[in-house]
Write a protein that binds this ligand. Structure first.
Ligand code: MLT
Length: 252
């Protein structure tokens, strides 16, 4: 992977293809490799930029607290590093929260936004408390229980379960803990989407057991396109790569 230093920590990324810049942002607690099956389907259409978010993959983990805005600022530094003024962003789940934070902070740098298995709402109080409890448990006992619980929630597809299980096992506990707290503290972004003017694409599995289809976005944001994939769980880019790639081409 390519690497550069931002605010004293190393951020790793891959870059493939040619065309309009499109940043593919992975979810929690994963890394850029979740997009491996869509990259060959998109690289003739886009300049694909695939970061490992702070704390994941080959990027450094940091022990100081950070927010979704900090993760969005990391991406802005990555675009600066690549000499890119603006890009479209496609974020999977937590990656969608980062993409929304980016669009809020840098609307002039956002050409389009895809939320893949994600949402614009903030956490309800019980969910927020649950994230802090989970972070505490990981600090005390490690990631084992979280990995086992998440594997079956992410997808019913056994091939994909095996891949995501191995991927989650490889991630650093500090990355889990830092992003659980950042997710807990994130703010809602529906009002931001109502104000801005870039196109919004929602790609969502019809059988997603983690996050329900965010129906309020198309109701409030008229320039939204929704692609719902029947029978697909929380990992559509692995469960249904062709359909996800075809949907993302509308960001061109
Ligand atoms: C993810 O898949 O990125 C997370 O499960 C999202 C979340 O917990 O809200």
């Amino acid at each position: 992977m390519k690497k550069f230093t931002v605010n004293q920590h190393i951020l790793a990324y891959e870059r493939h293809g040619h065309g309009e810049p499109l940043v593919l942002i992975h979810g929690f607690p994963l890394d850029h490799t979740i997009w491996d099956e869509v990259v060959p389907l998109l690289q003739d259409d886009f300049d694909l930029i695939l970061p490992d978010l702070r704390g994941f993959g080959e990027s450094d983990a940091v022990d100081t607290p950070y927010t979704m805005d900090d993760l969005a600022a990391d991406l802005a530094s990555l675009l600066d590093h690549l000499g890119l003024e603006a890009a479209s962003l496609a974020g999977h789940s937590m990656g969608g929260y980062v993409a929304l934070a980016f669009a809020d902070a840098y609307p002039q740098r956002t050409r389009g936004l895809a939320l893949v298995s994600s949402q614009a709402a903030a956490d309800a109080p019980d969910r927020k408390a649950g994230r802090y409890a989970q972070a505490h448990k990981i600090a005390e006992e490690g990631i084992g229980e979280t990995v086992a619980a998440m594997t079956v929630k992410l997808t019913a597809d056994e091939r994909v379960q095996k891949i995501v299980h191995d991927l989650m096992r490889k991630q650093k506990p500090a990355g889990y803990i830092g992003t659980l707290k950042a997710m807990a503290e994130r703010t809602e972004k529906l009002s931001m989407l109502e104000r801005t003017s870039f196109p919004v694409l929602i790609v969502h599995g019809g059988a997603d057991g983690l996050i329900p289809l965010p129906r309020e976005i198309p109701l409030n944001v008229t320039r939204t396109r929704v692609v719902e994939l029947a029978g697909v769980g929380h990992m559509p880019m692995m469960e249904s790569a062709r359909e996800v790639a075809d949907a993302l081409k509308s960001l061109k």
